[in-house]
Write a protein that binds this ligand. Structure first.
Ligand SMILES: NC(=O)c1ccc[n+]([C@@H]2O[C@H](COP(=O)([O-])OP(=O)(O)OC[C@H]3O[C@@H](n4cnc5c(N)ncnc54)[C@H](O)[C@@H]3O)[C@@H](O)[C@H]2O)c1
Length: 311
């Protein structure tokens, strides 16, 4: 089976490419290398450097190559950038997704889309959040991802292909960018290894659902292996558990051996207070459940960043 991973050179995409390759799929990656890196991928894995905004390049690519399944992960992923420049965000996350659908539609592929749970649902009273909760995105990033979900699911049905949406929680693990605005595990780990005190915005009691990248990759694979039940559906990929940013800080500090308390800064306006995603629907469909505990995942992430510092 031939599969394409857009955003394949990125954090989650590169882990997905590796796992698919390992399982014997014929894997191709497409990426503009804006945040992704060629070194994230095995040297033998074909990587096409194409920007989703370039409709001609995409048309040309799909005229020469065909795929059974497309994992669509390429995106502008920075919430702050989406607020500062909503047009750029929409050009990549809405129009780029439409360009991909339009270029690939003649092949009637199955597109499995990486969406977001944190940014789409908004603040909810009842946690963990299930897929039937009403989306209330605050930032342009969440709005654009929701638009991608809606366009994709409706258009792929019309065109005779298939679409599945995975709404990911806060993913962490090796290769996450420690310099961005997102990716608190990578940011804290990197700073602690540099012996510099990380900042926490607000009291640190805000909670998030941290899911390890290997578990997320297994979720994508579990969907791929159950087309009859998962095509046309939307699933959360999270742990159902809330972890406070302060508890996360302590877990990382313990793994690194960092003795200092965090520096607290004023809370960021508009930041979600609590978030956790129920994974029951995906579990019922594919038996998927998260396997890696936070302390285990954090230890593996710390080991990765430690080795990176030495090299
Ligand atoms: N990391 C998380 O916690 C998280 C949570 C929810 C959803 N997601 C989604 O998962 C996907 C992967 O995110 P990630 O964390 O691996 O981020 P990432 O930045 O590492 O990966 C995104 C990839 O897309 C590529 N890309 C960006 N713009 C492009 C364009 N115009 N054309 C072609 N390629 C382009 C980048 O070079 C990068 O390799 C994204 O769709 C993101 O929205 C991530």
């Amino acid at each position: 089976m031939k599969v394409l991973v857009t955003g394949g050179a990125g954090f989650i995409g590169s882990h997905l490419c590796e796992a698919l390759h390992h399982e014997g799929y014929q894997v191709f990656a497409l990426d503009n290398l804006s945040t992704g890196r060629q070194e994230n991928l095995p040297p033998t894995l074909p990587l096409y450097q194409i920007d989703l905004r370039d409709q001609d390049a995409l048309n040309d690519f799909f005229e020469k190559n065909s795929f059974d399944v497309i994992f669509h992960l390429a995106a502008q992923v920075d919430v702050r950038t989406s607020v500062d420049s909503p047009l750029t965000d929409a050009e990549i996350n809405v129009l780029g997704t439409l360009n991909l659908i339009s270029a690939a539609s003649r092949q009637k592929p199955w597109i499995i889309f990486a969406s977001t749970g944190g940014a789409i649902y908004g603040e909810k009273v009842s946690l963990p959040i299930t897929e039937d909760a009403c989306p209330q995105p605050e930032a342009p990033y969440g709005i654009a991802k929701l638009a991608g979900e809606l366009y994709g699911s409706r258009l792929m049905k019309l065109y005779g292909g298939a679409w599945t949406t995975l709404r990911l929680a806060n993913v962490y693990g090796p290769r996450q960018n420690p310099f961005g605005e997102a990716g608190v595990v990578a940011i804290f780990t990197y700073r602690m290894l540099q012996r510099s005190i990380p900042h926490i915005y607000g009291d640190g009691l805000q909670t998030r659902d941290f899911v390890y990248v290997e578990d997320v990759v297994r979720a994508f694979l579990s969907v791929l292996k159950h087309p009859d039940t998962t095509q046309g559906e939307t699933y959360n990929v999270g742990t159902s558990q809330q972890t406070s940013v302060l508890a996360l800080y302590q877990t990382i500090a313990e793994a690194v051996g960092f003795p200092h308390p965090p520096k607290h800064l004023p809370p960021k306006p508009g930041e979600l207070r609590h978030n956790a995603l129920s994974y029951q629907k995906l579990h019922q469909a594919t038996k998927w459940s998260p396997q890696v505990s936070l302390s285990q995942g954090v230890r593996q992430t710390v080991t990765y960043f430690r080795q990176l510092q030495k090299s």
